[in-house]
Design a protein around this ligand. Structure first.
Ligand SMILES: [Fe+2]
Length: 211
């Protein structure tokens, strides 16, 4: 699996939606269930900066390619949050900083302990942590991509259980959802040392999402 970091840093741009006619949502608004899902995804996108914070406390920050990747990734994810907020704004739903801050505060001690936990675990695992981190990131990104094609467990550690169940049920229930989950699992298990992993399908089972 080759990744050209130089090319990525040169071509990384913020997502542009000025060519999209968002006014269409005034005439044909999205249903309530989709808006709740989009709200969840917007929170997850904005939350990337917290993942970045936690990961910069690990051996990953010493790898030039990985830290270059994380810098670009963090910036791109911010703009994904802004794009989703623009869609939500057309439905008179405001995603503002106070709300984001409130959802982070709700995490309480977890939010405060996460960087310490990551740092200790990363330090113990040592250089191999970089591979763990990148594999974990790939699994999250694949599930996010699949979510946007519309059916995913990204964000499930930061959102309320009730919201996670709603989003997974909304996007991934039924045979189509299972097929998409299998596709993500197949991509993950194609990485070195991860053969046979079925984390996405297992997550759906745990959440009780109908197959
Ligand atoms: Fe994103």
């Amino acid at each position: 699996m080759a990744f050209d970091i130089d090319r990525y840093t040169e071509t990384s741009v913020s997502v542009n939606w000025s060519d999209l006619d968002l006014e269409v949502f005034r005439r044909e608004p999205l249903p309530e269930t989709s808006l709740r899902t989009l709200r969840y995804m917007a929170d997850v996108e904005y939350h990337t900066v917290c993942y970045t914070r936690d990961l910069l406390t690990t051996p990953s920050h010493r790898e030039a390619d990985v830290s270059a990747f994380m810098t670009m990734w963090n910036r791109e994810e911010f703009w994904h949050g802004e794009a989703l907020a623009a869609v939500l704004a057309m439905h008179d739903i405001t995603v503002d900083y106070d709300q984001l801050k409130a959802s982070r505060l709700k995490l309480g001690w977890k939010d405060r302990l996460d960087p310490i936990k990551q740092s200790v675990l990363g330090g113990l695992v040592g250089q191999d942590f970089v591979a763990v981190h990148m594999s974990w990131g790939a699994a999250n990104e694949w599930s996010a991509i699949t979510a946007y094609q519309f059916w995913a467990p990204v964000g499930s550690s930061i959102m309320q259980p009730d919201d996670v169940r709603h989003v997974m049920g909304h996007l991934m229930s039924g045979p189509e959802g299972r097929r998409a989950a299998r596709k993500v699992d197949d991509s993950i298990s194609g990485m070195p040392g991860l053969a046979g992993l079925t984390i996405v399908q297992d997550a759906l089972d745990r959440l009780g999402v109908a197959a």
